[in-house]
Write a protein that binds this ligand. Structure first.
Ligand code: ATP
Length: 318
């Protein structure tokens, strides 16, 4: 059963020696063959989690399985390609020569270098020196290095960080093509738009805690959904009728237009209800939240409860 998941975390907590709780009781399941987005604002605990997955950081408590094994074992590391810190490349060597060297260190045939350069669409610049590469090309070379071992799982920490829009778009294309070729990818980002377009599934983490996970559509739905905009007459009767419905969270009136916080899928049902109550419905349309709104809403909720956030000594983590 565990075989369905490339990554499994149960109750994982990481408290750094200084007292900061970077990850708190995290449960995560990354299905094999998916591109999985690990999304959260700066300091949410993404890097710490990724470092735990490759054995660079030990969890304080909890259970981690990566490709069915505990993190950091030689067997596990042989099957995982990671881009967590910026990889070291020699500035005066070409991209190809850098990868040949990396291949030798990784114990794979040097011929793998050409294959992975093609995978990240850098073959045309194979002979250029690393220092002449754009930042986006440097990042893609990092992904190429992570692909050398033909890993079953790729772990990429903020691969679009610092890239200009063209670089972001090229990286997005690369991630999408990795997904289409069946790679399992765990990809972190603090920018929702970057994961929304390439990921099959997204986990949102904030203050070291999981705040939501699911497909982009599921997240949108869970967040509530969105709302309905209704223009009806008489307004008072419409408000009373809608407020009575169990699935309606709130009704706001602005200039005789009603904004109804509910699942937009209930449009037809609510329309019928209003008509049956003798209300004339002139307009009724669903407004779906963008995932960006959902993400901001989710992390805002976490921030305002004051419960979470990496805690440090003196802030109740003693
Ligand atoms: N080695 C460390 N020692 C002490 N605290 C740390 C250490 N590494 C990270 N932290 C703290 O743990 C929390 C989570 O950091 P982490 O780098 O995992 O988050 P992140 O989501 O990757 O953020 P970013 O996108 O800014 O890198 C932060 O409060 C950070 O300051």
């Amino acid at each position: 059963m565990g075989d369905d998941f490339a990554i499994e975390l149960d109750g994982v907590t990481k408290r750094y020696p200084g007292g900061v709780t970077a990850v708190a009781d995290l449960r995560l399941r990354v299905p094999r063959g998916e591109v999985f987005g690990f999304l959260g604002p700066n300091g949410a605990g993404k890097t710490t989690t990724m470092r735990m997955l490759v054995g660079l950081v030990r969890p304080t408590s909890g259970r981690i399985r990566v490709l069915g094994q505990p993190p950091g074992t030689p067997e596990q590391l042989a099957q995982v390609g990671a881009l967590i810190e910026s990889p070291t490349f020699y500035p005066h060597l070409s991209g190809l020569d850098n990868l040949r060297l990396a291949a030798r260190y990784a114990g794979v045939p040097e011929s793998a270098a050409e294959r992975v350069l093609a995978e990240v669409d850098l073959s045309a610049r194979a002979g250029s020196r690393f220092r002449e590469y754009s930042l986006g090309m440097k990042q893609r070379l990092g992904v190429a290095a992570a692909l050398l071992k033909q890993p079953h799982l790729l772990i990429l920490d903020e691969p679009t960080n610092g890239l200009d829009p063209a670089g972001v778009s090229e990286m997005r294309e690369l991630l999408r093509s990795l997904g289409q070729r069946g790679h399992t990818v765990l990809l972190s980002s603090h920018v929702l738009g970057e994961v929304e377009q390439v990921c099959d599934r997204i986990a949102v983490i904030d203050g070291g805690r999981l705040v939501a996970d699911g497909t982009p559509d599921e997240l949108r739905a869970r967040l509530g959904s969105g709302s309905l905009v209704i223009v009806a007459d008489p307004v008072d009767k419409a408000v009373a009728c809608l407020t009575d419905h169990a699935a309606v969270q709130r009704v706001d009136t602005v200039d005789d237009t009603l904004r109804v916080a509910t699942d937009p899928a209930l449009a037809a049902e609510l329309n019928r209800l209003l008509v049956q109550a003798g209300v004339e419905v002139r307009e009724l349309r669903p407004v779906r939240h963008s995932l960006e709104e959902a993400f901001l809403e989710l992390t805002k909720a976490e921030r305002t409860t004051g419960e979470t956030g990496p805690t440090s000594p003196g802030e109740g983590d003693k």
